[in-house]
Ligand binder design. Structure first.
Ligand code: SF4
Ligand code: SF4
Length: 143
């Protein structure tokens, strides 16, 4: 006991090297891969994140425009945000706050508008302009 006393006194005097997390949160380092966020307005539901995720914690329903994510299965590797073609996925430098219940995040998006407005006359098979039929080398003139 007498041999330990100097150590005990020293430990009482110096600043603690641990924190009372989550009451006391450390300032994050630069480039920390923290909470994963999907800006669902930008998501194109391509499914790349689902395919690339090593822990299979993302599901993408392309038809229903649903993006589902299990943060408890996520290992925060950053592969999904690195490969997202729409740049809708990103990671904060803060970690998700601890909670006591299982959480599944489901985000509902909107179907993408078509880039080109379809021409109803073109859809019906009409030529684009009056001279188009003559310009087609594969067409044969009626006899
Ligand atoms: S990779 Fe990006 S754009 Fe594609 S489904 Fe995932 S979040 Fe959406
Ligand atoms: S950070 Fe890694 S483990 Fe988490 S969802 Fe993205 S690809 Fe999957």
């Amino acid at each position: 006991m007498f041999r330990m006393t100097p150590n005990i006194m020293r430990n009482l005097a110096v600043r603690k090297s641990t924190r009372r997390y989550p009451a006391e949160v450390r300032e994050p380092f630069a480039h920390v891969r923290g909470e994963l966020i999907n800006d669902i307005e930008r998501c194109i539901f391509c499914g790349t994140c689902e395919v690339k995720c090593p822990s299979q914690c993302i599901q993408v329903d392309k038809k229903a425009c649903l993006w589902t994510y299990d943060p408890f299965a996520c290992v925060y590797c950053g592969v999904c945000s690195d490969t997202c073609p729409a740049k809708s996925l990103y990671q904060k430098t803060q970690y998700r706050s601890p909670i006591g219940e299982r959480l599944i995040i489901t985000l509902q998006g909107q179907p993408r508008k078509k880039d080109k407005v379809k021409d109803p006359a073109r859809e019906a098979g009409a030529p684009r302009d009056p001279g188009e039929e003559k310009a087609d080398p594969g067409s044969t003139a009626p006899t």
